[in-house]
Ligand binder design. Structure first.
Ligand code: NOJ
Ligand code: CA
Length: 705
């Protein structure tokens, strides 16, 4: 960390009739963003943000209420303001970029409340060229030792009725389809029923989730999120449809309280990202930069890679997680009644291991290996799963030895069914077992209602649980991929074993519901993925579910080539090749792209993008000269001119184009594709056509002499 220079800041006092504000401002390193801090005459702190001299956020409230009444909300006096300019470049061990710059101006505002024994409260702002973060520091360790947050007053007053990309506010799930409307048209109670999943907010008609991304009339983009969510509940936003201001709505516990804190604690960062073009949002690293550096001493075991697994076959109904028919729950006795459809058999798992080994994929995931699946869904029981006992047809030792001999690592599945207290009880023994059998990672899951009852997926109790799992996993040299967690906030910088999570509506919905509309994957990178990698599970080649059962009408809402392009546009260091082996074996020419595409990058470039419409990206493989392009569109066909000016002019390349056939279409003809190859060099230009709901994936591999 280098402290470049201390800045003197101006103090202006504005004298108007009713208010007498103290006012301070700072500018971003490039001087284009201006952050203002105000303290009103009644001692209420506010802030505002401008970009290029235009307002991004008007005066937004700062502060918190605490249950005992002695709140951090008003009657503050200014103690001091310290400003400093910092440059803290860093290099993640995996990611979309090898080196990340982090230049910002920090403004630390120290306030005191005379009525509470001059108690100290600080607000720390960090202003980057492309965004800002601020957090509350409960710095006084003498006056108040512990307290309960009952409301956070933070607001984000937008300057106009922007177009917003949003999902309904919810304390437990984010597996929704996106809407895009003006702020004044957000109605998150409007029910959109799809199978048994209802798309409405259980909170209010105007609550939405973050990352909450907007486009202004001037075509600037703003996204509001948080960073470094630790020991605090997640933030939803209440939208005021009339004045376009958003207010923080924290996830409550069963008593309606929000957070239990001690003095010395701090809130997560409130983050505002800005971009003059949509694509700039995707290369914005402010969320990561606001997170703390890695806490992990040993990271050798953290290896980005690709996996196949006993997974999609259950989602399409070919096999089951459970070993037996549905019987009264009992870990030991229900296994006497095998259904004959169990997926995680030793033989089947070995088939996946063989396929992974043959195709140089790193990992094999196995779901349904352990006891409890007979009663996993909706039972609401205290104890559902054993995380140490396997089903009788899953030979733990044999499979582990086999995987080792084939140079493949296993990923263990821990579905908790949200019975989290039980999981906490079993975790230590479970993690020991995993280490003993040479697994590389855990995929966990939290389907259902949280136990302890009344807690929410996104509340403080669960936030602490997810983070505890990351720490325990690190102690056992395990990587983590979480399903149904809170949406990510860049914590993978601090815990680089936190590879990916779901926290959005993944590809699985296409197997058993009306699915994800063709624009879904063009929105996710601009919203959910701003917080961190997503285990979207791309790579479905058999698009139509009636191939498995003529009665089925479900389908994946993309072409096959778009599934390939997702490996570039939807970042994750652990990427699944999600389809069945037999579907890949029929199309090994297309599978070649999945074999070639890496999961760890040197550089990532957005060629062009418009959320909800299209996204064209190029990424350079980490420590290699190879490039990969992914281009995806919504339901509309598109054409664009690909300029290969990002290639190294000194090098020669062989490009392979995996493109939609001329008559391809996500609905009517999704699986027809063409593969062409040609030699390319820097500066070459070519037209790329995308089918409705289609995509194009291109590998550009260096020709070595
Ligand atoms: C939901 C997860 O998203 C999915 O990947 C998993 O297969 C099921 N839960 C069962 O745990
Ligand atoms: Ca899920």
């Amino acid at each position: 960390m280098r402290n470049l220079l201390y800045l003197l800041i101006g103090l202006f006092v504005f004298q108007q009739q009713a208010i007498a504000d103290q006012y301070f401002n700072v500018f971003s390193p490039d001087k284009k963003l201006q952050l203002n801090f105000y303290l009103s005459r009644d001692g209420i702190p506010y802030y505002s943000l401008n970009m290029d001299n235009a307002s991004i956020l008007k005066r937004g409230r700062l502060g918190l209420q605490i249950a005992s009444g002695d709140s951090f909300d008003q009657d503050f006096e200014l103690d001091r303001i310290d400003t400093i300019s910092k440059s803290e470049p860093w290099s993640p061990i995996w990611g979309e970029e090898k080196h990340i710059a982090s230049d910002y101006i920090q403004m630390l505002v120290s306030l005191r409340q005379a009525k509470f024994q001059n108690r100290l409260f600080q607000i720390e702002f960090r202003l980057f060229n492309n965004g800002m973060g601020f957090r509350y520091l409960f710095s006084d360790t003498t006056v108040l030792t512990n307290f309960i947050i009952c409301d956070e007053l933070t607001s984000f007053p937008l300057s106009a009725d922007h177009k917003a990309f949003w999902i309904p506010g919810d304390y437990d799930t984010n597996e929704f389809v996106y809407s895009y409307t003006k702020l004044s048209d957000i109605h998150s109670l409007k029910e959109r029923k799809e199978n048994d999943i209802s798309f409405k907010s259980p909170i209010s008609d105007s609550t939405v989730q973050t990352p909450f991304t907007m486009k202004t009339k001037a075509s600037n983009f703003i996204s509001i999120h948080e960073a470094g969510l630790v020991n605090y509940p997640a933030m939803n936003l209440d939208v005021n449809r009339t004045d376009f201001s958003l207010k923080c709505n924290l996830v409550p516990d069963p008593h309606g309280n929000k957070a239990y804190l001690h003095s010395g604690d701090r809130s997560p960062w409130r983050v505002v990202l800005v971009a003059r073009k949509a694509g700039e949002l995707l290369t914005n690293r402010v969320v990561l930069n606001l997170n703390e550096d890695s806490k992990l001493k040993h990271t050798d075991y953290i290896k980005p890679g690709k996996f196949v697994g006993v997974w999609w076959e259950m989602h399409i109904g070919k096999s089951t997680w459970a070993y037996s028919k549905k019987v009264n729950w009992n870990h030991d006795s229900d296994i006497t009644n095998p259904s004959g459809k169990h997926g995680a058999t030793t033989e089947n798992v070995k088939r996946y291991i063989d396929f992974a080994s043959k195709n140089k994929l790193d990992y094999v995931l196995v779901e349904g290996w352990n006891r409890g699946w007979e009663n996993w869904y909706g039972s609401g029981l205290e104890r559902i799963f054993s995380f140490t006992k396997s089903y009788p047809d899953f030979d733990m030792q044999g499979i582990s030895d086999y995987a080792k001999s084939r140079n493949v690592k296993l990923i263990m599945h821990h579905e908790t069914s949200a019975a989290v207290t039980d999981y906490e009880w079993q975790m230590d023994t479970a993690f020991k077992l995993i280490a003993q059998f040479n697994y590389g990672a855990i995929k966990s899951g939290y389907v259902g209602k949280i136990i302890p009852r009344g807690e929410h997926h996104d509340g403080q109790w669960m936030i602490n649980h997810y983070n505890r799992v990351l720490e325990k996993a690190a102690a056992s040299n395990l990587m983590i991929d979480v399903h149904e967690p809170v949406r990510p906030t860049g914590l993978h910088r601090t815990y680089p074993n936190f590879m990916a999570c779901e926290a959005a509506r993944g590809n699985e919905f296409n197997a058993w519901s009306l699915g994800n509309p063709p624009d879904h994957e063009t929105i996710l990178p601009f919203t959910r993925l701003l917080g961190g990698p997503m285990d979207y599970t791309p790579g479905i080649f058999q698009i139509k579910m009636n191939a498995y059962d003529p009665k089925k009408s479900e389908q994946v809402h993309t072409t096959l080539c778009k599934q390939l392009a997702l490996y570039v546009t939807m970042y994750s260091p652990l990427q699944m090749a999600a389809d069945l082996i037999e579907n890949y074996e029929q199309r090994m020419d297309a599978f070649q792209f999945i074999k070639d595409v890496p999961t760890n990058w040197d550089t990532s470039i957005v060629l062009d993008a418009e959320p909800g419409d299209f996204l064209y990206m190029a990424r350079k493989e980490r420590d290699q000269a190879n490039w990969f392009v992914g281009a995806i569109t919504d339901e509309k066909p598109r054409e664009f001119l690909l300029n290969l000016n990002f290639l190294d002019p000194e090098k020669k390349y062989q490009a392979t184009f995996y493109r939609d056939a001329d008559k391809a279409d996500w609905k009517y003809n999704p699986m027809e594709y063409e593969i062409d190859q040609k030699k390319v060099k820097s500066g070459d230009k070519m037209k790329i056509k995308l089918a409705p709901g289609g995509g194009c994936a291109i590998s550009i591999l260096e020709i070595k002499n």
